[in-house]
Design a protein around this ligand. Structure first.
Ligand code: NAD
Length: 282
């Protein structure tokens, strides 16, 4: 039996713990907030129930999966873990502190992975004494549904860590794609400028939110419009990623749209807060 510590029980952390537990791992879900852990456990239960209704998993598999997940507010369970997947708030100082602590708490052979969308893996790795065993495992939202995991290789990541992480992602039923450590990797380097441009279109009155999303859905065959997708990702997460792209690539084409900044300042963070570009009736 393998054990993973998933750090951060928000949008991504609950999905990551769900997928690992469903594929036979003991998963310790860790957060500073007890409320976030309770909410995450409820979300996982609801998502598994939906999978049972669809016939994707049996009731027995649902129960076994839930039994494999424990929750924690400290790193006590980390000493027995083979892998950490960090999915905490997208702030460098939060992640740097966490990697320092994970490095101290976990066995020397364990791999420390981050689900960061934009913070350099090489810089995160430098907070530890094992930069060769630090890597990016960039899952997509919603994790149980989306097949891609971008595997991000830092400057010091070893071949062995790379191979092992690719194998783990495959064993979770995902499709790993290897990329090098560069701001935004591939996914957000391409996606975020599109979302930002969609927000500029709304701010400049080029078209309404509905119109922008409909053009991209029906015209480009995207399953979701860019503004609905931004709401799903979280507008605070989108803003943080654009700020990193802007700063680290040094090109003004990545400057965050002022309307995005205003939405975040007002607490309209998208689906998770009940309101973003669209209304989620909370
Ligand atoms: P979120 O805000 O929904 O959840 C973050 C959680 O981390 C919160 O529950 C918070 O209490 C917890 N947390 C903060 N500091 C902590 C600490 N020191 N120890 C333990 N827990 C802590 O965020 P999210 O959308 O799930 O994003 C998590 C990570 O995944 C970020 O790095 C983000 O860039 C990345 N990501 C997000 C998406 C997405 O679509 N939302 C997609 C891919 C990657």
């Amino acid at each position: 039996m393998s054990r993973v510590v998933v750090v951060g029980a928000g949008t991504m952390g609950n999905g990551i713990a769900h997928v690992f537990a469903q594929h036979g791992w003991d998963a310790v879900l860790l957060d500073v907030s007890r409320a976030a852990l309770d909410q995450a456990f409820q979300t996982i239960t609801g998502n598994l129930e939906r999978q049972v209704k669809k016939g994707a998993v049996t009731s027995q598999q649902k129960e076994t999966t839930l039994l494999r997940i424990t929750t924690a507010t400290s790193l006590d369970g980390a000493a027995q873990a083979d892998l950490a997947v960090e999915a905490a708030t997208e702030q460098p100082e939060v992640k740097f502190r966490l990697f320092h602590d994970l490095d101290a708490a976990m066995p020397a052979a364990a791999i420390l992975a981050s689900n960061t969308s934009s913070i350099p893996i090489t810089t995160i790795a430098a907070q530890t004494r094992r930069p060769d065993r630090v890597i990016g495992m960039h899952f997509m939202n919603p994790v149980p549904v989306m097949p891609l995991v971008e595997i991000v290789r830092g400057l010091e990541t070893s071949d062995e860590t790379m191979h092992r992480t690719v194998e783990i992602a495959r064993a979770l039923g995902k499709t790993p794609v290897a990329v090098n450590d560069s701001p935004g990797f591939v996914s957000n380097r391409v996606l975020m400028p599109m979302i930002n441009e969609a927000i500029f279109c709304v701010m400049e009155g080029v078209a309404t939110v509905e119109a922008v999303d409909t053009v991209m859905k029906l015209g480009m065959n995207h399953p979701l419009g860019p503004l609905a997708l931004a709401d799903l990702i979280g507008l605070d997460v989108c803003l943080a990623i654009l700020e990193v792209l802007h700063r680290d690539l040094g090109d003004d084409k990545y400057r965050p749209c002022p309307l995005l900044r205003r939405m975040v300042a007002a607490g309209r963070l998208g689906k998770k807060s009940g309101r973003g570009f669209h209304d989620y009736g909370l």
